[in-house]
Design a protein around this ligand. Structure first.
Ligand SMILES: C[S@@+](CC[C@H](N)C(=O)[O-])C[C@H]1O[C@@H](n2cnc3c(N)ncnc32)[C@H](O)[C@@H]1O
Length: 288
């Protein structure tokens, strides 16, 4: 078996297990990362690598970590967080005001190193009226154990915190003594629970009011993407929102969610009325 065939086998294995479709446009990326991985671990042939990855979960996960793209940042799409602050939380507040307990469940699916989940928590803490009266849970999941460890430590450099206002930095972060690193304060950390989860497998995270799945499905095949989107749709409470990355949409997925434009972001909302039949997505476009 030559190296190309072995790369194809690795590609197929990663797609089958993690849903990540590394097509020919990513050949150079795959070859470079595999080479780097082999050098670092002292593996001299790609057939040896393939054998190890097939036999051992530990070896598979070590290679997978190297193939994941974990680019993220605090308040990555400002218009999404403006919509959360100005529209979504106001709607939730009005609709749930008389509920007892008054719960808000949010899922950051593919949370990487935690910036997205903490941005959601900070927005909720700053914007939701009588926030102490709510039971808030932000479930943040990722396939990468290394990313989740980083997220749980909740320590970021000053450069990574550039999108925060000075008040947000002061209120929600504490400087790690003698460094230029800052740690998210316990009040915000307590709102977020991190857990490992593979979105390429059937998953159930309980009912959610808000699902953020940004920049995760871009490398999934259409079939996997649609299965995941149907799952998100089922998991959302009526009136709940789904937030995708800017390069992602529901265009080819038959789920019944309304689309709502907010600045340069498109959000999806599950209608309040019970829906019996699936219809093409983006059925109703409205401006918030
Ligand atoms: C580009 S980051 C996006 C982070 C964040 N959502 C954002 O938009 O800033 C993509 C994340 O998806 C995760 N991921 C990739 N495949 C996954 C899978 N099958 N299940 C769960 N997470 C996955 C990666 O580990 C990575 O942390």
């Amino acid at each position: 078996m030559n190296t190309e065939t072995e790369l194809d086998e690795l590609r197929a294995l990663v797609e089958r297990r993690a849903g990540i479709h590394l097509d020919e446009t990513r050949d150079r990326f795959l070859a470079a990362r595999v080479r780097e991985h082999m050098q670092e671990r002292g593996i001299t042939s790609s057939s040896d690598l393939l054998g190890r990855v097939r036999r051992s979960n530990f070896e598979y996960e070590a290679l997978l970590e190297r193939l994941l793209t974990q680019e993220t940042s605090f308040f990555r799409y400002p218009s999404v967080f403006a919509a959360l602050r100005n529209t979504i939380l106001k709607e939730m507040h009005a609709r749930k005001f008389w509920e007892n307990p008054r719960t808000l469940r949010v899922w950051s699916a593919g949370c990487a190193t935690g910036e997205e989940a903490y941005s959601i928590a900070i927005t909720i803490a700053d914007a939701l009226m009588f926030v102490e009266a709510w039971e808030i849970e932000i479930l943040a999941t990722d396939i990468s154990a290394a990313a989740l460890r980083h997220a749980e430590r909740a320590v970021y450099s000053r450069r990574e915190l550039e999108a925060l206002t000075p008040e947000q930095l002061e209120t929600h972060f504490a400087r790690v003594t003698g460094t230029d690193q800052w740690q998210v304060r316990p009040r915000i950390r307590k709102m977020v629970r991190f857990a490992p989860m593979n979105l390429a497998e059937p998953v159930y995270a309980g009912r959610m009011d808000l699902v953020f799945c940004m920049n995760v499905m871009i490398y999934f095949t259409e079939e996997r993407r649609n299965a995941l989107l149907r799952g998100f749709c089922d998991t959302l409470n009526p009136g709940g929102y789904l937030v995708l990355g800017h390069a992602e949409s529901l265009a080819k997925c038959p789920v019944k969610l309304e689309s709502c434009r907010h600045g340069d972001s498109l959000l999806y909302r599950k209608p309040l009325a019970v829906v019996k039949e699936a219809a093409p997505a983006v059925a109703l476009e409205k401006s918030l």
